[in-house]
Design a protein around this ligand. Sequence first.
Ligand code: PXL
Length: 276
Amino acid sequence: MYKRILTIQDISCVGQCSLTVALPILSAAGLETAILPSAVLSNHTGGFSGWTFTDLTEDMPKICERWETEKIDFSAVYTGYLGSTRQIGYVKDIVKSRLVNGGRFIADPAMADNGKLYAGFDNAFVNEMKTLCASADIILPNITEAALLTDCEYRETYDSAYTDMLTNKLLEMGAKTIVFTGISYKPETTGVLVVENGASKYYEHRKIEGGCHGTGDVYASAFVGALENGKSTYDAAVIAADYTLECIEKTLGDKSHWYGVKFEIALPSYIKALGF
Ligand code: PXL
């Protein structure tokens, strides 16, 4: 069966994040990709001095109604940066109505990093995001997002007792499979912690200092692409980590490219890792 994926996140016209990253990566993974833009921004909100923001909340139920009429459904739904608190309710309706039986709902609660919410988000949004994550089959939070979703203190340095606590609280909240990104127990390494069916598995890899913008979106998109190609959760998490690392490596030397990563030139390695 030819898979059709729906991804719901914003269009940042410039900035190599959200849909401008998800669409090419999922296409490279051989997946038909339908999009539902949550908002249109001139550029992303991380590091630029300002941006335009057009909220597309009102379009969502109308678009979903059309899809219902046309009997268009999706093999998987993958959500990222959303445009309003109210929109989250519509996203849940769309998943309920348009995801095929047995299809996976993957939610990246893209709303925060480095201990801080992104511009424009508040507590009400976080609370609603908790309910979206509880309804998802797989969530991909970073440490900041996991702390916000569980009302825990954010820590810059931590050990496995801290990530175990976050894990347990996310599971209590209703999360099923968790792919924690950017988990760093030592200064020189970072990695991904995959929690599935009561077991945890950690993929540790080298850490590149600096931190690039948009890597969460690159990671989640590459993960979904691998997963929907039949890889296990852990294998998809590893493929996505290796790809994201290469994207960062290919970008670092270019100081003018501070706003995103050059994910395009690392696509050949990703495609090879998928076995095409
Ligand atoms: O990469 C996450 C992201 C997505 N979309 C917009 C953002 C950000 C992060 O800042 O601003 C608009």
